[in-house]
Design a protein around this ligand. Structure first.
Ligand code: NAD
Ligand code: WQD
Length: 340
């Protein structure tokens, strides 16, 4: 029997890539999104890649009644909750927007999952919960630091909400995946990251600069205590990240989970500096990027990368794409977007 997975935020960057991997792994998928930060073209992209007319429901997960209609219409074995607002800076300016959207949508989801007997929940968490960690690489047991933004706080709160909910709902299981820095696009270039306005994240800023949409990339700081002075992150290919969700869902459906609530780091296990990334992008795509060294960005941590031992051993998952491969898909996608 085919299992059905609800993907909230399914028209978004990571949700759309995950939908493709789920369909390719043999799942039925239903996408829910209010399109507040995405475009229905992404749904079309998922349909074209998979050749499956995947159902899409334009629904706001904060709208309890509308969301409930989705649970009435379909029967879900599992849900992956991507739907959230994710701009760190905006969350500092508009905290209540973030607390409202990210918390209410998740509480609604968990209530409905309980009422409609959907026992397996995957939540999109973030490496942001570690803050500036004392020891690198970070493991799942590294302490969570007080969040430096309302956005980060919602990730910590939702992890706790999931843990507390599965603890008292028999048969319900939850997995929080802590993503490091997702980047790149599907190799078909039919789906990818579509930032609205000026990109806040490094890789879309790089590709838009290479495309001439932005004049110059600012490298925020070259005086950090790192080998080349720029910050270090763990950049994870979005298709590899999407595959981690498929494995997490399978783990719960097959009852392989060891606890009702589990957390996994999803990264490559390798730290890459901003300047290394810029140079790799230039080399792989054979172009010159206009960039300058700029002052540090407020709130940035110096370095973080993942210890992925738990995901490797327990989920049997590991990142497969190289940095170079993914920088090529990121650029291919940017060029495709320019044709639209
Ligand atoms: P995204 O903005 O591309 O996708 C999120 C999607 O959710 C969007 O399509 C948006 O329209 C939708 N959405 C937002 N609020 C909604 C609501 N109330 N109801 C229905 N749909 C709603 O972002 P993404 O990069 O794909 O991120 C997906 C998830 O992963 C988010 O929860 C994000 O916080 C988390 N995450 C992202 C990153 C990253 O760097 N991209 C890192 C760690 C964690
Ligand atoms: C990466 C590095 C910047 C832009 C953020 C969120 C985090 C997570 C992912 C969701 C940093 C540098 C960036 C630019 C630059 N999201 N940079 N010039 O800051 O690691 O994480 O996105 O959970 O919560 O905080 O990612 O892509 O913004 O930055 O030099 O124009 O690139 O300083 O060192 P970050 P990022």
């Amino acid at each position: 029997m085919k299992r059905c997975v609800l993907v909230t935020g399914g028209a978004g960057y990571i949700g759309s890539h995950t939908a493709v991997e789920l369909v390719e792994a043999g799942y039925d998928v239903v996408l829910v999104d209010n399109l507040s930060n995405s475009d229905e073209l992404a749904v079309e992209g998922v349909r074209r890649i998979t050749g499956v007319e995947i159902p899409f429901e334009k629904v706001d997960c904060c709208d309890r009644e509308a969301f409930e209609q989705v649970f009435r219409k379909y029967r879900f074995d599992a849900v992956i909750h991507f739907a959230a607002s994710k701009a760190v800076g905006e969350s500092v300016e508009k905290p209540l927007k973030y607390y409202h959207n990210n918390i209410f949508s998740f509480v609604n989801l968990l209530e409905l999952a309980g009422e409609y007997n959907c026992p397996n929940i995957v939540f999109s968490s973030s490496a942001t919960v570690y803050g500036e960690a004392d020891v690198q690489p970070v493991t799942e047991l590294s302490p969570r630091k007080p969040a430096s933004s309302p956005y980060g706080n919602t990730k910590q709160m939702c992890e706790d909400i999931l843990r507390d909910t599965v603890a008292v709902n028999e048969g319900m299981k939850g997995i929080a995946l802590r993503y490091f820095n997702p980047f790149g696009a599907h190799p078909s270039a039919l789906i990818g990251e579509l930032p609205r306005g000026v990109p806040q994240n490094l890789v879309p800023y790089i590709t838009q600069t290479a495309a001439g949409i932005r004049e110059c990339l600012s490298v925020f700081g070259d005086d950090y205590d790192t080998p080349d002075g720029s910050c270090i992150r763990d950049y994870i290919d979005v298709v590899d990240l999407a595959r981690a969700h498929v494995v997490a869902i399978g783990r719960m459906i097959e009852g392989l989970n060891k606890e009702n609530f589990e957390i996994f780091n999803i990264g490559t296990g390798r730290g890459v500096s901003v300047l290394e990334l810029v140079r790799a992008f230039e080399r792989v795509n054979n172009l010159k990027l206009n960039y300058r060294i700029a002052p540090r960005r407020a709130g940035d941590i110096t370095l973080i990368w993942a210890d992925t031992t738990l995901a490797n051993n327990e989920l049997g998952w590991r990142a497969e794409r190289s940095l170079d491969e993914t920088l090529a898909t990121a650029w291919k996608w940017q060029q495709e977007v320019m044709k639209r």
